[in-house]
Design a binder for this molecule. Structure first.
Ligand code: SF4
Ligand code: SF4
Length: 472
């Protein structure tokens, strides 16, 4: 039975409920009166249920679809302004005991180069990332209790936070590791992680079990209930995601929103972020063998509808997507992007030799961080390296409450300018610096509160005098 409050995966991601939702959406996709009433409801900015959002996803009426895009764009402007937060992934180890058929790290892949960073190598990678200007990382590791036990992950987090090279610092470490126990989540919380990210891959149980034929990840319930254990372990911010291309996207979309509804119903706070990866070519993986791939247009519609359905949840897009696709969806609600990513184990300090391929997937956007920052500013976005909320304790329900009251806007905008100032002074090329200076002057005028504007101006001057890590 469908029950968003239940702690059992098959109740809160209820297969029958999803099938009924898809039937309902299909039956009503041309019911323009209903579609209009859902769009009206969406305008209240309180989000949409998985059923309502699924009707919008099914609707193909051009005028209504354009309205969905316009609404997503408006929400993006109202809740996130023109800021885009930047981060980089750091792969610690690609040893993995699972058999995921879409990932080259699966255990049976005998020719991929297996690597695990030593603490000395972690240090080198972090220095290289700091030297680019990164402040926020997402660490990634395969599931392997012998090679990558929780103690190893904790040691790496500790090493990452301890490195202060020149003016650099990693101020927020998000963690993307396999589903684990409440006790281990508690340890991650104590280590000071930001968001715990775990992609569901697919919400369709039968497909899930086929796609994960061996290893602990085969257990659908244990994987799907991981966020509840993470929250029980004290982690406030969790990040959801599905790998689009594995199953029918309409099914995944409904499942994703039901998962968000479940977290809200049980823990009083929805997901902090949602990621929207699409399956990509990798070592022994050919995406064309999966027949549920989605085209760029559908991908954009999904992004827009996530923005409308869960307005307060950040949306992340990685370098799996090309510059062109990223440009298309940035304004539809994406709030965070990765830049200059390496998806191999190591590779920031020194490029990986071709014969040593350890990458999880092929990157579609190969630009440097400076090029990404420059590109964002040319499109009038403010690249932000802000990590303030987590360090001020604005996480979980505190973060959501601020977000819903729009108070978060008074922090994000000036913080984006302060962290951009740091980036320009410490890492930017001359050309990036030039357009960055103009952008800061222009955007200072967009801080509505005169007192906040004045404080921001003072802090910008302090950064020019050598101070770092100032935030609202
Ligand atoms: S997706 Fe994760 S768990 Fe699966 S094989 Fe790849 S690294 Fe291992
Ligand atoms: S102030 Fe908080 S919500 Fe805003 S960009 Fe910084 S960390 Fe994110």
């Amino acid at each position: 039975m469908y029950d968003p409050k239940s702690l059992k995966a098959e109740d809160f991601i209820n297969h029958e409920e999803i099938l009924e939702t898809l039937d309902y959406a299909e039956a009503n996709k041309n019911n323009l009166e209903l579609v209009d009433s859902i769009l009206k409801k969406a305008e209240e900015r309180k989000g949409l249920s998985h059923r309502d959002a699924s009707v919008l996803l099914a609707c193909e009426d051009e005028e209504r679809v354009q309205k969905m895009y316009a609404l997503a764009e408006q929400f993006k402007k109202d809740f996130y302004g023109n800021r885009i937060v930047l981060f980089a992934p750091l792969y610690l180890s690609n040893y993995c005991v699972n058999g995921c058929v879409y990932c080259p790290y699966h255990m049976k892949n005998k020719h991929i180069c297996r690597k695990k960073l030593t603490q000395e190598e972690v240090k080198k990678e972090v220095i290289a990332l700091q030297d680019m200007g990164h402040k926020r990382l997402a660490i990634e590791a395969g599931e392997d209790p012998v090679n990558n036990p929780i103690e190893y992950i904790l040691e790496c987090i500790n090493t990452i936070y301890s490195i202060k090279h020149k003016n650099g610092a990693i101020r927020r470490v998000n963690v993307n590791i396999a589903a684990t126990t409440v006790e281990n989540y508690r340890k991650l919380k104590e280590a000071g992680i930001g968001t715990y990210i775990l992609f569901q891959e697919t919400y369709h149980k039968e497909s899930y079990e086929k796609l994960h034929p061996t290893g602990p990840k085969h257990n659908y319930a244990y994987h799907t209930e991981a966020m509840d254990r993470a929250m029980e372990g004290g982690i406030d911010d969790v990040g959801l995601g599905v790998l689009f291309g594995l199953e029918l996207y309409k099914y995944e979309f409904a499942g994703l929103l039901m998962h968000a509804e479940h977290l809200e119903a049980v823990h009083g706070v929805g997901p902090h972020t949602i990621s929207v990866p699409r399956i990509k070519r990798a070592d022994d993986i050919d995406p064309s063998t999966f027949d549920n791939g989605i085209d760029d247009e559908t991908f954009a519609k999904i992004c827009a509808l996530i923005r409308i359905a869960v307005p307060y949840t950040g949306m992340i897009i990685s370098t799996r997507e090309s510059k062109k696709v990223r440009e298309k969806v940035l304004h539809l609600g994406v709030s965070q992007i990765s830049g200059a990513s390496r998806t191999s184990v190591g590779g920031y300090a020194e490029p990986e030799p071709e014969e040593d391929n350890s990458a999880q997937f092929d990157v579609s956007d190969n630009r440097t961080l400076d090029e990404v920052v420059h590109w964002l500013m040319e499109m009038k976005y403010i690249p932000s390296f802000c990590t303030a909320c987590y360090r001020e304790g604005r996480t979980g329900d505190r973060f959501m409450a601020l977000c819903k009251s729009k108070q978060i806007q008074n922090c994000c905008h000036p913080n984006a300018l302060l962290t951009l100032r740091e980036y320009l002074n410490d890492y930017a090329s001359e050309d990036t610096k030039r357009i960055g200076e103009e952008l800061i002057q222009r955007e200072l005028q967009n801080i509505p509160n005169p007192a906040a504007r004045e404080t921001c101006e003072k802090r910008l001057a302090m950064i020019n005098d050598g101070k770092r890590d100032l935030y609202f």
